[in-house]
Design a protein around this ligand. Structure first.
Ligand code: GLN
Length: 576
């Protein structure tokens, strides 16, 4: 009963709560109130209406879905601090919005005439926490985003051995519609047109009695289950007709496949192409694609329905192919910079998977020279610049450049690291002492930005120190540090002669040279302390901003991470 009481108390005042408060609590954890996993709860709340809910009633209402309610209320979802994470994503979304480079695909009217200003980002975690920004409800053709899913569908039906007799697994390094083949005449991989057309041939060859449109329906059903049925998967006949009327290169590829490689089970070439083009003409929204991506991130189990849509083995192969070939001839540098399996389509969608954490999708029709959405790629870069989502971010031995990691486990790890640091510093541990010293120096130098250090600044430094280190520092000790920094700033000469810069530059040099010996936690503590001191008067002056950025740079912390930190600070100020 006790735990139920805790849950109740967290949404109650004076012994009662109501439907609105319960829903708001659920929504703030990232769970959509229409989520199937809370279906009964919502039904019961609707029945009860807006009457007050006491403890008894509350237990009765949430009982059948208690585990889900508990996880949501207690912030036990994969990203516990959901609202903070959403704000960070919004910052990145707005950063990318002004980017108007690139051009719509123009080979068919429906893409050429699409509003190039559209910009949407949707996220869904493996726990089904969802966020939406901008144009996430627009239905658009999924185009090449269909390719990895067709591959997965074929894997389920025919198995990898059969498929890879006809299609390779090598990145092509060539444009998506190139006619090039591997030396053994197989198309490079399932994500370029030649490979995707062959995959369509494999799928079509397995259903000799059904026409291309009927088989497309199977694929649409699969998409629908992948996206948890949050909306209806559509099909655009208009897109299909224009695609077919302009598919000269795809026809050339199909004939080449037939002539050189041979088609699986001698499938009809037109049926093969029709299936390929029809799958490109499936229409979905960005939000639907994000949930589908989350299902892939979750090993094939849809986070919001719990249904096993694809076997994990199939998902693994699909993600591997996306990783090496999903972004066409830009796949190599995309992997280098972003390091995530992704797939783009010429309508402007990009579907991205952060394994075991979340899926997301972006939509913006302007494309770069490779046929990838400009804003979509820019968003991915900025995201990975700030969060530890690159597949290799986890091997850095504590050196990610202090990128954020919103996962619950990381919160705990951070707390442990900090408490260890505090404990060690109290016994004079060499490393912990170094962090402490650098921290003090940075705090003092930020205050010295305007020439001298005032009494209230000393109070701030000592309070910040106590907060971070968990123990106070003596005034005497602090004065000693301040004097020595001041001495270096003045260089024994009169103040404001430019010596300031020199001594700050020296501090930066020290930070840079110590950087490799500091782990992420140490670096973060140092920047954090300087940051808090700079913010203490309620704003970050230009000069302070410059110093903070310089400290971050010397510590190898990306500007993007600092930017998120500043945005958070400003949000907190605005809330006051
Ligand atoms: N329908 C397009 C084609 O086959 C799909 C290409 C894409 O999205 N990159 O050319």
């Amino acid at each position: 009963m006790d735990r139920m009481r805790t849950l109740f108390d967290s949404v109650a005042a004076d012994g009662v709560t109501d439907a609105d408060r319960i829903k708001a609590r659920i929504a703030s954890s990232g769970i959509d109130i229409a989520d199937l996993r809370l279906h009964t709860t919502m039904e019961r709340l609707a029945e009860w209406g807006d009457r007050p809910i006491d403890f008894e009633k509350f237990s009765e209402i949430v009982g059948p879905e208690l585990r889900m309610i508990n996880r949501s209320f207690q912030r036990q979802l994969v990203i516990p601090d959901w609202e903070e994470f959403c704000s960070d994503i919004e910052t990145i979304y707005s950063n990318v919005a002004p980017n108007r480079s690139g051009r719509n695909a123009d080979y068919i009217p429906i893409l050429r005439d699409a509003d190039p200003e559209r910009w949407g980002v949707a996220v869904c975690t493996v726990d089904g926490q969802r966020m939406r920004l901008g144009d996430v409800d627009i239905f658009h053709s999924i185009q090449s985003v269909s390719k990895p899913l067709n591959y997965a569908h074929a894997l389920v039906r025919e198995g990898a051995d059969f498929i890879h007799r006809f299609v390779g697994t090598e990145p092509s390094g060539r444009p998506f519609n190139a006619l090039d083949m591997l030396p053994d005449m197989r198309p490079f991989n399932p994500c370029v047109n030649a490979g995707a057309i062959m995959i369509a041939g494999i799928i079509a060859s397995g259903s000799p009695d059904r026409d291309a449109r009927q088989i497309t329906q199977d694929v649409m059903d699969l998409w629908s289950r992948l996206c948890g049925g949050i909306d209806e998967v559509r099909y655009s006949e208009e897109t299909m007709l224009s695609e077919r009327a302009t598919a000269h290169t795809n026809f050339a590829i199909a004939y080449l496949l037939q002539g050189r490689t041979g088609l699986p089970r001698d499938v009809d070439l037109h049926k093969m192409l029709d299936l390929y083009l029809a799958c490109c003409s499936i229409e979905m929204t960005t939000e639907m694609l994000a949930v589908a991506a989350a299902t892939l991130a979750n090993g094939g189990i849809c986070p919001i329905t719990g249904e096993e849509v694809l076997p994990t083995e199939v998902v693994k192969k699909t993600l591997a192919v996306m990783q090496s070939a999903g972004m066409y001839d830009n796949a190599g540098s995309f992997t280098l910079e972003v390091g995530l399996p992704a797939k783009s389509g010429v309508a402007g969608a990009v579907l991205v998977v952060v394994p075991n954490l979340m899926g997301f999708a972006t939509f913006s029709p302007r494309l770069d020279e490779y046929g990838n959405s400009v804003r979509g790629v820019a968003f991915c870069r900025e995201l990975v610049d700030r969060f530890t989502f690159h597949i290799y971010d986890n091997l850095s031995g504590g050196h990610t450049g202090c990128k954020r990691d919103p996962r619950a486990s990381q919160h705990e790890q951070k707390e442990r690291d900090l408490s260890e640091l505090r404990w060690a510093v109290s016994y004079g541990d060499r490393y912990a002492t170094k962090v402490r010293d650098l921290m003090l120096n940075c705090m003092i130098d930020v205050c010295l930005a305007d020439g001298d250090i005032k009494e209230d600044e000393i109070t701030t430094i000592s309070a910040t120190y106590a907060e971070i280190m968990g123990q106070p520092t003596s005034r005497q000790e602090l004065d000693h540090w301040i004097d020595s920094r001041r001495g270096q700033h003045n260089g024994g000469e009169s103040p404001n002669t430019g010596q300031d810069q020199t001594s700050f530059a020296q501090l930066l040099e020290i930070l840079a040279s110590e950087r490799s010996s500091l782990d992420d936690n140490g670096r973060e503590v140092i920047l954090e302390s300087a940051f808090r001191v700079a913010c203490s008067d309620g704003s970050i002056e230009d000069e302070e901003g410059v110093k903070l950025r310089a400290i971050a740079r010397s510590l190898g912390i990306s500007e993007g991470v600092l930017e998120l930190e500043i945005a958070r600070f400003q949000r907190r100020l605005a809330q006051r």
